[in-house]
Ligand binder design. Structure first.
Ligand code: ADP
Length: 235
């Protein structure tokens, strides 16, 4: 079974305006895929479809075997429990510490105290935030908050990890730190899908690049770069 199987997927928000148009994409288990393209190209919509936040879907969409368009709302939590998601707004709870924020993701799915005590420190360790476990979100830098959001998405050991602009607003060094965490996540066997504008990390990691424009896939390179390489001018 493929991790993601999309065929002829379209998402139309308003008449004559498609956020995604006839997209076909296959992602195998364990892959690392960057979704790139200009603002408005359809990257976030794609992630929302995978998470089943966007439901007005035409075409075939299978994620971890779940048939997204025909899915009963009662099954959506099951899908989401197998996914780790980092959206642009971190959504950390301001009155909870770093540890509690990460632990909370386990608590809401009914994990017991023992499981929380073992899995939470592991997730914090993976993102290098163990030393800040007692801090509150407003005491952290933007990059540190992003790390906590990643730990929270990871703590349930998802099969599929998706992130929308995880290095937005970060300086190049901090971005590379986040990028290397994403690589670590992938190296444990987790499939990783990242929508990004960050040319720097895409070019450094040299992973599969799927480029969108106007809701269509315009390029799919197995070891791609952010931009299509310029051909040398022949004089
Ligand atoms: P990206 O993530 O690549 O910037 P989006 O997926 O956010 O692109 O947007 C794709 C297109 O869909 C854009 O034209 C955007 O304006 C439009 N769009 C996104 N969300 C909505 C919405 N909720 N309602 C109407 N149009 C939307």
């Amino acid at each position: 079974m493929r991790m993601i199987d999309l065929k002829d997927l379209s998402v139309v928000y308003s008449e004559n305006r498609s956020a995604l148009s006839h997209v076909t994409l296959h992602v195998e288990k364990g892959e690392f895929v960057f979704l790139v393209g200009p603002t408005g190209a359809g990257k976030s919509t794609m992630l929302k479809v995978l998470y089943r936040e966007e439901c007005d879907i035409q075409g075939m969409v299978k994620v971890m075997g779940f048939d997204i368009p025909s899915m009963h709302p009662r099954d959506v939590p099951k899908l989401r429990r197998s996914m780790g998601v980092v959206f642009q707004d971190f959504g950390l709870l301001p009155n909870k510490t770093v540890f509690e924020n990460v632990a909370f993701a386990l608590r809401v799915i009914g994990a017991g105290r023992r499981e929380i005590r073992s899995k939470t420190p592991e997730a914090l360790d993976m993102v290098g935030m163990t030393h800040r476990c007692d801090a509150f979100p407003n005491q952290l830098s933007w990059g540190e908050q992003q790390r906590v959001a990643i730990a929270r998405a990871l703590v349930n050991r998802p099969s599929l990890f998706i992130a929308d602009e995880p290095t937005g607003n970060l300086d190049p060094d901090t971005s590379m730190g986040i990028a290397s965490i994403l690589e670590d996540i992938n190296s444990t066997g987790t499939t990783v899908i990242v929508a990004t504008h960050d040319k720097h990390i895409v070019d450094a990691l040299c992973k599969r690049v799927v480029a969108f424009n106007h809701g269509c896939i315009v390029r799919d390179d197995p070891n791609g770069r952010y931009d299509i390489e310029e051909k040398p001018q022949v004089s």
